[in-house]
Design a protein around this ligand. Structure first.
Ligand code: FES
Length: 161
């Protein structure tokens, strides 16, 4: 075999190798990215908020603060888990409604409405909030979150995350 033929063979082998590598890489990228997206993306997805139906709005008593509990399923990645909790519905005498999150703004314990003292109380560190959800005692410095709500077909719907 002459030296020229040998170099040509190596050149063609190198050329074929590079061509094959480029084609394989392209194919891997074209098929790999969609496959990876399909399999990995559910694990990265967090559950988003949803409107939860709390039933007939006329069941709320004007001039009161009432606990409304809920339970729904949440998809978190590959898992589907129940999410349970409660919110506080404040219904004014004119039937104006405000929905408070039950989550204390200090370290996220659940606050309880104390009708006898007329404030929300957090059992964890004795945080207190007035009837408008404003902090009045203890460590919390931020007010209770007011949740978005709407009335559809005479039912109260609250947006929960
Ligand atoms: S978690 Fe509510 S006062 Fe600390």
């Amino acid at each position: 075999m002459s030296s020229k033929t040998h170099k040509q063979k190596i050149f063609f082998n190198r050329r074929a190798f590079i061509k094959t590598t480029v084609l394989c890489s392209g194919a891997a990228i074209l098929t790999g990215i969609p496959l990876a997206t399909y399999f990995i993306s559910p694990a990265l997805k967090k559950g988003t908020g949803k409107w939860v139906d709390f039933g007939a709005v006329e069941d709320l008593s004007p001039g009161s603060i009432e606990m409304l509990s809920y339970e729904f399923m949440v998809k978190d990645g590959w898992l589907v888990l129940p999410q349970r909790g409660f919110v506080w519905a404040k219904t004014n005498k004119d039937r104006n409604i405000k929905i408070f999150s039950s989550t204390c703004t200090h370290l996220a314990c659940n606050v309880i409405w104390r009708e006898e003292t007329n404030f929300f109380e957090c059992p964890c560190h004795s945080g207190r909030f007035d009837t408008d959800g404003q902090p009045i005692a203890g460590p919390p410095t931020k007010p209770l979150s007011v949740l978005e709500h709407k009335i559809e077909d005479d039912n109260l719907l609250v947006y929960l995350t």
